[in-house]
Design a protein around this ligand. Sequence first.
Ligand SMILES: [Zn+2]
Length: 124
Amino acid sequence: MPDQPQIIDIGLNQPGELLCDFCAGPTRPICYYPAAVFRITGPAGMDWESGDRWYACPRCAAFVDRDDYTGLQHALNTPAHLVTLAWLPFRVNRQGPPVPIGPGENPEQHRRPTNTETGTEGDG
Ligand SMILES: [Zn+2]
């Protein structure tokens, strides 16, 4: 297997598979939240990109829609540092309303590679 550079996504999504970015649980996400990409720097110096779509299963989406990150943290028993590192920046970088995912849809399949986007400069 050749080593290929991979974008490390916090959601651990595999090609063709959608995982909730909050709980990574078995329930299929019902929507995603568009967000500006931000960098996450962990306590051990780990550094990765947030990704620009945050998938959420029904349970997690209900908390996010209520802006109840404390409730979500308690529901998932999530370590506080993860909330500080990922969820709070996500909250700040969220862009617009959630985008619903229909049954059988995979919004990832229409995505373009993020590292080969055309570099046309000067858009105005
Ligand atoms: Zn979830």
